[in-house]
Design a protein around this ligand. Sequence first.
Ligand SMILES: Cc1cc2nc3c(=O)[nH]c(=O)nc-3n(C[C@H](O)[C@H](O)[C@H](O)COP(=O)(O)OP(=O)(O)OC[C@H]3O[C@@H](n4cnc5c(N)ncnc54)[C@H](O)[C@@H]3O)c2cc1C
Length: 379
Amino acid sequence: MSSVASHSGILVIGGGLVGACIAYGLARGGTAVTVLDEGDVAFRATRGNFGLVWVQNKGVGLPAYAQWSRDAAALWPAFARELQTLTGIDVHLEQPGGFYLCFTEADCHERERSLRDIQQAAQGPYPFQMLGRSELRARLPAIGPDVVGASYTPMDGHVNPLKLFRALRAACLHHGVRLQSSARVERIEYGGDGFTVTTQAGTHRARRIVLAAGLGNAALAAQVGLYAPVVPSRGQVLVTERLQRFLEYPTNKLRQTDEGTVQIGDSVENVGYDDGTTFDVMQFMAQRAVRAFPLLRDVNLVRAWGALRVMTPDGFPLYEQSRECPGAYVATCHSGVTLAAAHALVVAPWVAGGEMPAALAPFGSARLRGAEKHAMYVN
Ligand SMILES: Cc1cc2nc3c(=O)[nH]c(=O)nc-3n(C[C@H](O)[C@H](O)[C@H](O)COP(=O)(O)OP(=O)(O)OC[C@H]3O[C@@H](n4cnc5c(N)ncnc54)[C@H](O)[C@@H]3O)c2cc1C
């Protein structure tokens, strides 16, 4: 008979960015945590993302998401400092504000309308500016003539997402989190006094579990009375060789990293579980990047990849505790970098047994029941 590991603390299922942030937040609050992760064979948005801490234009159709994103971004500086103090890893957070580049006047008008709607609906400050060509050129001297204007908000920024993930894992280990890889969860059973979780590598029991398995949440949620109809949305990303610093701000279409490379992205494609790359999409993104910043014309590309976003039907996050199986929680989103600090500092105390924060209440699954169309959204 195989042995059963009993946990007095919480099992987090999924060790990507969302699971790592929640595990870290739980452990820093004194909860014993074990993370069960499928391992290197899994789809992992965490290892393929664009690294933006992005607030701009989030919340169209759900003002609470604008506030959640803005408040999450505001938690980031202290969070980054905390990770560095604990682990020595600088995640290279910069929050100088960010630009959305417009190639047509119509795009600028649409952008302004959309940001104004969000500003009016959001509680609290939601600053933004629309910039014409000459104002934009003063802020981004390398901008190309095809860019007619941009929106700017001071709330946006970026980090090095791989250093973030490394720092989170180190911080988890510092606080005694047990990280178990090659442990794909196959089955979860609820027995009134807790959960029996069966993985490839053994069986675990715990009174609380958190489903943070990205795309894996869709199948796991149904086993504990939760509903998480997430689907993949592919994004392709290109990376250039290292360049002298020419871009002091992140933009929606490209950003210069702390290492000097330029990340160009990211497509939004509905192609199922295919995380490959395609020539036509890469060509389109490269050409658009050269239109935005002509100095990129002669620069070498050194890497390209595809990765799968974790999308709910309306594109907004999902946070919920099961009514049928109390003690089972689900947490998923398509902006796990932006929301990282909030997942550690706000979501974790809730799944540890605290009151649900008011900020999370709009993100239950009731809004998704009957939703048929999946939003295809970026960042
Ligand atoms: C191209 C692209 C660009 C992006 N750009 C940004 C950006 O600029 N800013 C931003 O905020 N966000 C961005 N994102 C989104 C961000 O990367 C994700 O929100 C975040 O990585 C989601 O983390 P996750 O932990 O939910 O999922 P994942 O990273 O997919 O991790 C899921 C984990 O669960 C595990 N797992 C799955 N099933 C099981 C199972 N049954 N049992 C055990 N473990 C399991 C896997 O092993 C995996 O480690 C981008 C994503 C993509 C793809």
